[in-house]
Each structure stands twice: as structure tokens, then as C-alpha cells.
Design a protein around this ligand. Structure first.
Ligand code: FAD
Ligand code: UDP
Length: 372
């Protein structure tokens, strides 16, 4: 088989590039994926109860990029959705990100007022403070608050999720969920917070529907490498796997999901409830909130159990952002730079903790640099 572009991986990165190349360059693209479906980790499907579930964990779309939003809007209509999250702290469901509203629910009025005033004076109303930054502040009341939030929200959750303490990861990891000096109870603050009306897989189907695009599923790149001639290869899988672990494996973190259906309309108060301090799972997500299937009499939820990544058993869901891994990544990036016809992009190939919109933005940027 001869194609202009061979793309490994049918997730957001591969699909955006396939669509752009097929439409704008009018070139033939073959997209291969080892899984039996398109969509990568954003893949969704209906379970046996008719609930639209996310097979590889809950995916909530949010972006501050108008460009990414406009681009994806060509392939889907949207369902407006503000994700709400609670964490069970001292047995009570408390809004996350931790905010002034959370303080009010946990402390006496007098203490809450004092902490609120200190936070506003110190940082300004509307600020977003990463927990590791808050911990550095030299003020007895704010230190008390920082320690409280660290112990009750971040420490246990992070140990479960990563097998590491918050300070042993890049500060950007816990910085994804900053303390909000406001009463905003949304998990994200981006201007665009929407879900694809018919789901992600339907969005991908529309994106990849083009006579220039062929799709080969259930095919590992390594196994078909010799059978396809191409001018260029775009690789969105693990960069260390591509180079046969030449510089040692890059570590990843994995998860297993337990899906449960309950014969009742709703299971919990909000889309996601985190359990930083109890149980082996980190969180429970109830899909109907995300998809708007309010009319169904049943509900399906996913429990997430963090796991060590083992290529023979599970999936490399998360790159692990920390200095020593960045050093190893650089060695692989040097190898990648030597290859003139192979391009690397995506959460696994860039080894970056991208959200979907960042994966799309990365792919659009890569495309801009391509010549016919
Ligand atoms: P992927 O979606 O991982 O796609 C890569 C594809 O390449 C896979 O399908 C894989 O099978 C295939 N592949 C890899 N190696 C090979 C090979 N050798 N041969 C053939 N095929 C191969 N983002 C958000 O914006 N909001 C969220 O709420 C959110 N929640 C998430 C929850 C979880 C549990 C996870 C793991 C991720 C979440 N994300 C979320 C991130 C989102 O999944 C990624 O940003 C996005 O999927 C990245 O797209 P990608 O194409 O780079 O990678
Ligand atoms: N986190 C935490 N407690 C929470 C929520 C998040 O400790 O209640 C930390 C944890 O380290 C987690 C990180 O913040 O891995 C990022 O959280 P996010 O919800 O963005 O994770 P994702 O949805 O990508 O798994």
C-alpha cells in the first residue's frame, strides 16, 4: 500500500492531522490504530443500558482557545456543560476546586471570614493559587489553611493517583486544580465549556469522513511497518516505544475503571465526586451529567483505580511530569530530530499532560508547519 502520510494513532492528534492533510493538501492518508476503534482515549460508546460512557475515563471538554473551539465546531454540535466536582472531606461533600465556598462549608463563620479576608488581601479576589504556592506563604492563618487543604484534598489523592507526593511531581500537576479566591464552583474556568452533543466518537467519525482518509484498526504500527510505503509518518504513540526504549522506558501511570449501572435516575449530586482520603479509587464520575441524558431511568458511573503502568496489562494513560523524566524525554527528542520524514505529536509522543484542546492545538500548529 502506498500513501502520502501514514498516521499512527486515531486520537485527537492523529485525527486532526488526518483531516487537515486530507482536506487542505488533498493528499492520501492512512491512519492506523492498535485499538479496534477511532477516538483514542476520548472514545465513547453506549453501554448495555443506553448510557453514553467514556470507555477510557471521563472526558470533559473545556478550552480558552476560540480557534480550537471553532475548528471542532465543524464536526459537532455542542451541549453546554459546566463540570461540578465535590471531594469528600471529613465525610462531607465539599466543592472542588477548593474555594471560598469550600471554606464556608468547613469552618466556623468567624474563622471562615478571617481566612477569606486574608486570602483576598494577599492574592486579590478571583486569583487562582496552586497549593504548593499557598504552602509557601508565611502567615499563620494562611499556613493553617494551606496545610488543611494539602492534607485533606491533595496529599491522599496524589499518592493514590501517582504513587508520589505532590512535591515530587512538577508543580503544574496539582496546579491544574488551584485554590480559587472566589465563589466559583465550576471545575474549569475556561470560556468554552461544552460537550459534543452526540458524543466524541461521532465527532471523530465526521472528522475522518473523507475519501482521502483510510483507517486501519486493530493494527500495531510495529507489525505493519514494512507493508506500507509512505512519504511521511506522523507518530502519536509512545515516543520511547518508537525508539525501542533506546534510552530506557519513559514511565507512565495507568488506571483501571469499574463501571457500575444503578437502577435509579441519579447516583450522586454532581458529575464527579473525589475521594482523597478513603477507598482505593480516586473518584466516581456519573456520565449522565456530562452527556445530558437526563431522561434515562438508570445511571452509569465509573470508579477510577490508579495502577502502575505495565505494557502487557494496561494503558499508558498519563505521562508523569517530573524532572528526571524530562531529562530522558530530551534524549528521545534528540533521536526524533534526526529523522527527517517522521514527526511526533500528541500526549504520548510529546510526553505531555495535554488536555484534549491542547492536543488539538498542538496538531493544528504542527499542520501549519507542514508543506505540501
Ligand atoms: P490518544 O487519545 O492517547 O491517542 C493515541 C492513539 O494512538 C491511541 O488510540 C493508541 O491506541 C494509538 N497508538 C499508540 N501506539 C500505537 C502503535 N504503536 N500502533 C498503533 N496505534 C498506536 N482531556 C480533557 O480535555 N478533558 C478531560 O476531562 C480529560 N480526561 C481524561 C481522563 C483520562 C483518564 C485520560 C487518560 C485522559 C483525559 N484527557 C482529558 C486527556 C485526553 O485523553 C488527551 O488530551 C487526548 O486524548 C490526547 O489525544 P492523542 O491523540 O494525543 O492521544
Ligand atoms: N488533585 C488532588 N485532589 C483532587 C483533585 C486533583 O490531589 O481532589 C491533584 C492530583 O494530583 C491530580 C491532579 O491534581 O492528579 C490533577 O487533577 P485533574 O482533575 O486535572 O486530573 P485528571 O482529570 O487529568 O486525571
Amino acid at each position: 500500500m502506498i500513501v502520502d502520510y501514514l498516521i499512527v494513532g486515531a486520537g485527537f492528534t492523529g485525527a486532526v492531522l488526518a483531516e487537515r492533510i486530507a482536506n487542505e493538501f488533498d493528499k492520501k492518508v492512512l491512519i492506523v490504530d492498535r485499538r479496534l476503534h477511532i477516538g483514542g482515549n476520548a472514545y465513547d460508546e453506549y453501554d448495555e443500558y443506553g448510557v453514553l460512557i467514556h470507555r477510557y475515563g471521563p472526558h470533559i471538554f473545556h478550552t480558552s482557545s476560540k480557534r480550537v473551539f471553532d475548528y471542532l465546531s465543524r464536526f459537532t454540535e455542542w451541549y453546554p456543560y459546566y463540570h461540578r466536582v465535590q471531594a469528600v472531606i471529613e465525610g462531607k461533600p465539599i466543592p472542588i476546586p477548593f474555594s471560598l465556598a469550600s471554606i464556608r462549608m468547613l469552618f466556623s463563620q468567624k474563622l471562615a471570614e478571617k481566612l477569606e479576608e486574608k486570602l483576598i488581601t494577599h492574592f486579590g479576589y478571583g486569583s487562582r493559587i496552586p497549593i504548593l504556592k499557598l504552602k509557601e506563604i508565611q502567615d499563620p492563618d494562611l499556613s493553617f489553611l494551606a496545610d488543611y487543604i494539602y492534607r485533606n484534598v491533595f496529599e491522599g489523592y496524589t499518592l493514590k493517583q501517582w504513587g508520589l507526593r505532590p512535591e515530587d511531581l512538577s508543580p503544574s500537576v496539582t496546579g491544574r486544580v488551584p485554590i480559587l479566591v472566589s465563589y466559583d464552583q465550576r471545575y474549569f474556568q475556561d470560556p468554552y465549556q461544552v460537550m459534543p452533543k452526540k458524543g466524541y466518537t461521532a465527532l471523530f467519525r465526521r472528522m475522518l469522513q473523507h475519501p482521502n482518509i483510510s483507517i486501519l484498526l486493530g493494527a500495531n504500527w510495529k507489525e505493519i511497518e514494512g507493508e506500507i510505503s509512505f512519504n511521511r509518518l506522523i507518530f502519536t504513540g509512545r515516543i520511547d516505544e518508537f525508539f525501542n526504549h533506546l534510552h530506557g522506558p519513559l514511565p507512565y501511570r495507568s488506571l483501571s475503571f469499574r463501571f457500575e449501572n444503578y437502577p435509579q435516575p441519579w447516583f450522586q449530586e454532581v458529575g464527579q465526586v473525589n475521594y482523597p482520603n478513603e477507598y482505593l479509587f480516586t473518584r466516581i464520575t456519573e456520565f449522565k451529567y456530562l452527556t445530558g441524558q437526563n431522561f434515562l431511568p438508570y445511571t452509569t458511573v465509573a470508579y477510577e483505580y490508579p495502577e502502575v503502568y505495565d505494557p502487557s496489562k494496561n494503558e499508558p494513560y498519563y505521562p508523569i511530569p517530573r524532572d528526571e523524566n524530562e531529562e530522558r524525554l530530551k534524549l528521545y527528542q534528540k533521536e526524533a530530530a534526526k529523522l527527517k520524514t517522521v514527526l511526533f505529536a500528541g500526549r504520548l509522543a510529546d510526553y505531555r499532560y495535554y488536555n484534549m484542546d491542547q492536543a488539538v492545538a498542538r496538531a493544528l500548529k504542527l499542520f501549519e508547519g507542514l508543506t505540501r
